[in-house]
Every structure is written in structure tokens, then in C-alpha cells.
Design a protein around this ligand. Structure first.
Ligand SMILES: [Zn+2]
Length: 429
């Protein structure tokens, strides 16, 4: 099997920058990543690896920064076509734009078209793994996993389940949600790089019977992940308390029905009660921060410092089309801006870690994605730290790698992604 040695700048984490600061990362201005059969064999200094692996084919990326591909821990591929739709509040936005668009996914050909478009946009933006809600139509899940499989990409997704407070054309039942999800698990979970994610949209659009059925399905398939939304907007929380009068809080609507666990992904999780943060931490659940969505829809300011101090497990996500960008660079920039509004300046090392290893950890896929270390998949990008004149003139003054990287985090877009590799195969650039 051919070995390929990628030369460039490298930045690798050996620890958690939220506890160890930027010292958790190692920067090499002349680093290298050795790839064989789609996986990383070694990462280190270029001279040493060249001497040890003289037989390897060499690809020199110059001053490009070699990083793991970004991992988006929460998004809605069926909303790709309606990104950046002007609106009022979450519920109006769902009714005006989201539901009519999701209804189109009854047509498998349309689902295929948008799945391919979404994954190609992801590759162009340096995102090598998407975690997606689909629609209620099982064909929307097949479309997404098939498009990811064709590109060799890791994919996390599931059929969105809704049996109330949704239009008739987007409603299933407790039984059909269970049975359709079960059939999709049998078809996709663990096939190639696919992971099935049991997906109740959120408590307002599921009856207690549907949540119970999906909780039972998760208990029967514990290696699956589970994703939903939690405490995104204040008026949504009031709605939930009216629909579930017996629940102690929003999280309890999931907990009472077997939908709280370490492999659970809770999108947004902004307005939390102390009991909820305690329970999320106790079970080791994944909180998924969606900063571009939170500012776009006006949901609120996620308290990164408080959640990290509690020891929560946190990933980062675009939440497109609620989020207003396909670029995880813009998502990192928005996380920084929200941190500033909370008097918590998030360091670029922490932003980068959240978009790679942090998200991989909430997906329980660390070791496989999100880090360029021996044994992990060679899903990687080459970042151009001078992709526009405005970024180039700022990064030219940088005194270290973090100062060189930060202008790209704040001002960069798909132009900063010089190359994208999936399982060692070049798919952009
Ligand atoms: Zn969402």
C-alpha cells in the first residue's frame, strides 16, 4: 500500500485546551502527516518522518496548515436550500420556512439532490463530518447516508420524528416513528462510516408516547446516538412546560422517557436550570453549541465558561439552516463573539479544539475523527492562513501560530480551505 507524506505546518492537540490552555497543542512550522490506506500512521516533524519513510510519496503543502477536517455536531441538511431566511422567532421560522421545505423530501430525487449539495458544500468548507437531522421520510435518511458513502465520509444522521404540532404532511406516529427508525438502524447503523442517530426533533413535536417509543428503541440499540433540541428559546421552554405539566423541567421530558444518556446530543442547551446542568454532567451527555444559529434566530447566549467549569462535554455545530453559515470558521468566530458578550474570551486553541476533537468526543468518535494521530482516519484539511488580502496583511504580523490563525477564524470562509481530504483521498483543491 502506498504511503503519502504530507508536509506543511501542523497543529496537534495532546491535551484539552480548556483545562491546559494553548499548551495543550503542539505547533510545528515544518511538520508532517504520514497517511496509509486512508488512515494516519504518524504525525511529527517533517525531517524525522522523511528520514524514516523515504519510500513515501511526498506532497508539500508549503506554509499551509494541516488540520483535522472540521466536525459539525448538529445540522439539518434538509434546510440547506433555505439558509438565511429572514424571520421572527423560532416557531414562526419553523412554520414559515422549515416545514414547507422539509415537506419536499417526500420526493426521493429532491432529497438526493440536497444531500449531495450539502455534502459538497461541507467539503468545500473543510467540514469532513456532518451530524444531521433528516426529515420524517425514511428516504431522506437513505439519501444522506448514500451521498456520504459515495464521498467516503463519516456520517451521523437519523429520521426526524414528529407526531404533533407539525403539519399533517410532516407527521408520523409513535409506532411508525419507532418502526421506521428501527428499519433504518438495521439498514445503516455501523455500515461503513455511517452511525445512526435516533432523532426526536424536540419535545413540542412529540407526544409522550412517541418519546417513550424512541427511548425504548435507544435502550434496545445502545450503540446508536440520540439527538434532539433542548432549551433553545425562552418561549419554547414555556411551551414545553404547558405540554408536559408533570415534567420537572425541559430535560425531564427526555429523561422520563429514556432519552437522557451519555450518547445523547442536546442541541443549543442555552437556558438551563441547575437540575438540568447537574443531570447532563452526571450522565456525561453531549451539549452542542450552535452560535451562528443562536445569534441569527435570537435564541440567547450559551455560557461556555460556566458549562466547561461544570465539566460538561461540549461540541460545536453550524445548525444550518437555523445557522447562517456553512463554514465552521464562521461558527468558531461566532462562538468567540458570544464568549466576548459573556466576558469570556475563548482562545483560538479552544475554538479549534471544539470544532474538531470536542465535536468528535460528543459523537463518541474520538480516535476515529477530529484529530490527526496514529490510527485516526485521514480526514484532513490544508488551511491557507492568507486566503484574502485582509487576512494576509494581518497574519503577516503574527508572532505565533495562534495570532496567525485567529484572523482566518474571524474573517475566513471556504476560500481559506485550500484542500480537503477524506480518508486520505483529496476531494477539494
Ligand atoms: Zn437544530
Amino acid at each position: 500500500m502506498t504511503k503519502t507524506l504530507h508536509l506543511g505546518q501542523t497543529l496537534t492537540f495532546t491535551g484539552d485546551p480548556f483545562t491546559q490552555g494553548p499548551a495543550a497543542a503542539t505547533h510545528s512550522s515544518r511538520g508532517a502527516v504520514l497517511v496509509e490506506a486512508g488512515r494516519v500512521v504518524a504525525a511529527g516533524e517533517a525531517d524525522a518522518l522523511r528520514a524514516q519513510h523515504g519510500e513515501a510519496e511526498v506532497i508539500d503543502h508549503g506554509a499551509g496548515l494541516i488540520l483535522p477536517g472540521f466536525v459539525d455536531a448538529h445540522m439539518h441538511y434538509p434546510q440547506t436550500a433555505m439558509i438565511a431566511s429572514w424571520g421572527k422567532r423560532l416557531i414562526d421560522w419553523l412554520n414559515s420556512y422549515t416545514f414547507p421545505e422539509e415537506g419536499k423530501f417526500a420526493d426521493r430525487a429532491y432529497a438526493d439532490e440536497i444531500a449531495k449539495r450539502t455534502l459538497d458544500l461541507a467539503i468545500s468548507n473543510g467540514t469532513t463530518t456532518l451530524t444531521s437531522f433528516c426529515t420524517i421520510h425514511p428516504g431522506s435518511v437513505d439519501a444522506f447516508f448514500e451521498a456520504a458513502e459515495a464521498r467516503g465520509m463519516a456520517a451521523f444522521a437519523g429520521k426526524t420524528c414528529m407526531d404533533r404540532n407539525a403539519p399533517d404532511y410532516l407527521s408520523d406516529t409513535a409506532q411508525s416513528a419507532h418502526d421506521d427508525s428501527k428499519a433504518l438502524i438495521e439498514r445503516w447503523h455501523g455500515k461503513g462510516r455511517a452511525t445512526y442517530v435516533i432523532t426526536p426533533r424536540f419535545s413540542p413535536t412529540s407526544t409522550p408516547e412517541q418519546l417513550e417509543a424512541l427511548g425504548a428503541l435507544w435502550a434496545a440499540n445502545p450503540s446508536c446516538l440520540m439527538q434532539t433540541h433542548l432549551s433553545e428559546q425562552v418561549d419554547e421552554i414555556e411551551w414545553v412546560s404547558g405540554l408536559y405539566p408533570e415534567a420537572r423541567d425541559y430535560l425531564d421530558t427526555y429523561e422520563q422517557h429514556g432519552l437522557l444518556g451519555a450518547r445523547g446530543l442536546y442541541g443549543h442547551a442555552i437556558h438551563l436550570e441547575p437540575r438540568e446542568t447537574d443531570r447532563l454532567r452526571e450522565v456525561g451527555a453531549g451539549l452542542v453549541h450552535c452560535p451562528t444559529s443562536n445569534t441569527f434566530i435570537g435564541s440567547g447566549l450559551f455560557d461556555m465558561a460556566a458549562r466547561m467549569a461544570e465539566g460538561q462535554r461540549i461540541g460545536l455545530a453550524s445548525d444550518t439552516g437555523g445557522g447562517s453559515s456553512f463554514s465552521m470558521l464562521r461558527v468558531m468566530g461566532a462562538a468567540y463573539e458570544i464568549g466576548q458578550l459573556k466576558r469570556n474570551p475563548i482562545h483560538p486553541a479552544q475554538l479549534l479544539w471544539l470544532a474538531t476533537e470536542g465535536s468528535a468526543k460528543v459523537l463518541h468518535a474520538e480516535g476515529e475523527i477530529g484529530r490527526l494521530a496514529p490510527g485516526s482516519m485521514a480526514d484532513m484539511i490544508v488551511l491557507d492562513l492568507a486566503s484574502t488580502p485582509g487576512i494576509a496583511q494581518r497574519s503577516a504580523l503574527a508572532s505565533d501560530i495562534w495570532e496567525a490563525l485567529f484572523p482566518t477564524i474571524m474573517m475566513g470562509d471556504d476560500r481559506a480551505i485550500a484542500k480537503t481530504y477524506v480518508a486520505g483521498r483529496q476531494v477539494k483543491g
